[in-house]
Design a binder for this molecule. Structure first.
Ligand SMILES: [Zn+2]
Length: 262
């Protein structure tokens, strides 16, 4: 989104008390580097998937996120925030709120999946998810909240913005975020391809709560199937995780490099 339309959108959203991420600002004009939120899946009492050899998903995702953080910080093109950096349970909504509250440029959630017992071992390969289109749109809920806020005196700093205009502005924000999420997911698949086994049709959509930020482009990477013994063994190896982390760093840098200048 460019020029006038983007400025109009930002001004309107500011009037709603929403500060969208400045996806369009060229890096040189920013006082700080863009913030990337890495979200190692599960943690604490929630181990996530467990492989046949007993490997816990929560451990793999944390090790992977720490390696990716190291690579990104070494490259120096962004700041990195982790939703957890130890074995702790963090509710999904809090992970999303963290990214939104810090105006993250993107959120990357890291997981490793598993098939139910009986189908174990049949599937392998990484895949990347973006949020599915749903009837229960989180934006609709956000809009409802904003409209409720507007009912309170002083809730809006731009009282001239009608509910209809609010709806349009939020719809534009949703389109921009969705486009960003799709771009991030495609870049991630392209970066993984050739280095890491991929699932058939690796670009997928689902209703993951952690992808529901209306204003932060988000993607969820399933790095492989812990239920597949070979893939479980691979995910346990630091060299394999380093390969995945390197591909993900490439995707993050690609995303940051492609941000459209206004
Ligand atoms: Zn998971």
């Amino acid at each position: 989104m460019q020029g006038f339309h983007r400025r109009f959108l930002l001004a309107g959203l500011a009037g709603l008390g929403i500060t969208p991420v400045a996806h369009g600002q060229p890096a040189a004009s920013r006082t700080t580097l863009p913030l990337i939120v890495l979200d190692p899946g599960h943690g604490g009492a929630d181990p996530g998937a467990i492989g046949p050899a007993g490997t816990q998903e929560k451990r793999i995702t944390l090790l992977l996120a720490l390696e990716l953080k190291r690579l990104l910080e070494r490259a120096g093109r962004c700041r990195v925030l982790m939703t957890r950096s130890r074995d702790a349970f963090i509710p999904l909504a809090r992970r999303v709120d963290l990214a939104r509250g810090r105006e993250a440029a993107l959120l990357l959630s890291l997981h490793a999946d598993a098939m139910p017992p009986g189908q174990r071992g049949q599937l392998r390969g990484a895949s990347v998810y973006t949020l599915a289109e749903t009837a229960t749109d989180p934006l609709a809920a956000a809009l409802a909240r904003q409209e409720n806020l507007a009912d309170r005196a002083g809730g809006l700093r731009l009282p001239s913005v009608s509910p209809e205009v609010q709806r349009i502005l939020l719809s534009l924000m949703r389109q921009e975020t969705r486009a960003g999420s799709e771009r991030l997911a495609r870049l991630t698949i392209n970066a993984l391809d050739g280095d890491v086994p991929l699932l058939n049709q690796p670009l997928r959509r689902a209703q993951f709560v952690v992808l529901k930020a209306p204003d932060v482009p988000s993607a969820l990477v399933e790095c492989g199937f812990l239920s597949n013994p070979e893939e479980e063994a691979l995910l346990r190896r630091p060299e394999h995780r380093a390969k995945i982390a390197s591909s993900l760093a490439e995707a993050v840098h690609g995303f940051l490099g492609q941000r459209v200048a206004t």
